[in-house]
Design a protein around this ligand. Sequence first.
Ligand code: NDP
Length: 623
Amino acid sequence: MIIFVMGVSASGKTTVGKLLASELNVPFFDADDFHPEVNLKKMASGKALNDEDRKGWLITLNALAKKEAKAIITCSALKESYRNILKEDLDKAVHFVYLKGSYELIYDRMIEREGHMMPVSLLQSQFDALEEPSTAITVSIELSPQEITEKIMKELSPKSDFGLIGLGVMGKSLCRNLINNNVELAMYNRHIDGVEERVAANFKEEYALDSAAAFDDLRQFVQALNTPRKIMLMVSAGPAIDHIVQDLIPLLDAGDIIIDGGNSHYSDTKRRIDSLAEHNLHFIGTGVSGGEEGALKGPSIMPGGHPDAYEQVKPFLERIAAKDKDGLPCCTYIGPAGSGHFVKMVHNGIEYAEMQLLAEIYQLCRFGKGMSPEQIADVLDSWKADGLDSFLLEITANILRKKEDDAYLIDLILDKAGNKGTGNWTTVAASQLGYPATMITAALYARYVSSYKSSREEASSVFGFENSAVQALSTDAIKEAYRLARIINHHQGFELIRTASDTFEWSLDLSAIARIWTNGCIIRSELMEQLIPSMNAHAAILHQNKQVKTVQDAREHLIALNIASLSAGFSMPCFTAALNFLHGYTESRGSANIIQAQRDYFGAHRYERVDDSSGKTYHTNWI
Ligand code: NDP
């Protein structure tokens, strides 16, 4: 490594250069010692050197830099053309350190300095010639030589290409994934006295992550990153993101990129993109799905924001993402603004309904058909070979087989579902956009109903409703009903995304979204694989030829399941929502004419008529 310490005369090059050489234990050379006699005489006579005078001297210094393996060379190197000669054809790392100071400060220092070959009268010519470097390590000479040296040492220390903030469940797994994929990583977790101490350092030690740098000082963490910096946040969504962003802003440089990988609300992401743009900083909101294991082995990644910013983080995100069956990364640029987080939110919404359908099947089989958890697991496993394979089906079968001593663990788990809000957000967003995502809503509300455990127990004892058997319903019928309900769930989820894309003008590619959901994420499934080619046709899932046949074949089973389970006293919120949607969506003449008439009756809201297709609206005086 060759370091040229540059700046005008009396900026402190020799002092700092020597300190640096001693710190790094490398030879020190002062370029002034390499001037030919003729240059020294010219300067001593008060005449400034011209480019021609300097050329041979710079070539000599370049030869010196080529000869030495490591060296600190002080040289004014005022012009870009001089610096180009100095570094020409060097086959080692070259750094320029620019000691920057004002004319007044340097003039005062020159006055105090005795016996230097450069007369004070030539200082102005040096400033006239100076072309400040854009890529050098620039340090103010107002600092002490020791402080300047420390700063340079810090800048010279090896930098990381990617930074990650927040070493919780997801952050730790993503860090290990990045390191496993040879990313030079800097990791940071906040420090709270007595509560959160040495989190990053301890994590690094625990997993022997030798190549990674660990910090609990945000400034040092930021300084340890190459620019433009790429900093991923894996922290709790909400105000924590805003706090960290505010702390980061003064430490960052124009063009740096913050990536929020948590489950932030898409409208917050849009707000953050806009506000950071005012600081010339980029913000990417990205969904990351796959849980702890996915984050470690390869998640599905859904980034949204400015496409130019995405291009810079793409190599990192694509490297750690899961791979689809063709080996392509399950990560693609989703679209502008908060679209990445919107798509992740809907992913979670679809996940809610997929989970609820399996919960309803479990309830029906266990208590309506009297099957053991193991028997239900066998049935679910057998469905995998019949086009119904999915991550959630697989883990549900595994869950049902799990025993603790002689008991099935599932029997020991309280039937009270938690949630972290994304199902709620999807339901609210669907409602705001006017899209009927009825299965996601039903799944969310089923969780809410479950959470009233003590009220449910009380109501159960008051009413004493009994469940009756549903033996007549075969597991094959349940399978077909499940197949159809899943198609409807995916139809609703993708149509919600399409509606948002049209409303917000995001131009989202639904086929690409289906593709990155085929591996790494929680809703990966065989159905998702099948959807990739057909999503290109801009046809909603229920209108796609392949699905029309399935709907026609499976509808009778969905009806049978609903009739049998409801009349046996079971609650089937997602299966009933699926059937209700299917019937409502496929009837060409429904009952909304009554609603329109009622609205016009009490509120003069007007209605359109079936015998007038012009769009004209009518009002009737009903009384
Ligand atoms: P954890 O609770 O395990 O970790 C949260 C992290 O955020 C911790 O490192 C915590 O630091 C940090 N943090 C919280 N508040 C602050 C704050 N005010 N300032 C600085 N740091 C803060 O969460 P997860 O890793 O599970 O989740 C992280 C994000 O990823 C969330 O948005 C979550 O919704 C999302 N996500 C989670 C998935 C999962 O399966 N867990 C899946 C997909 C997305 P400290 O330890 O110091 O408190």
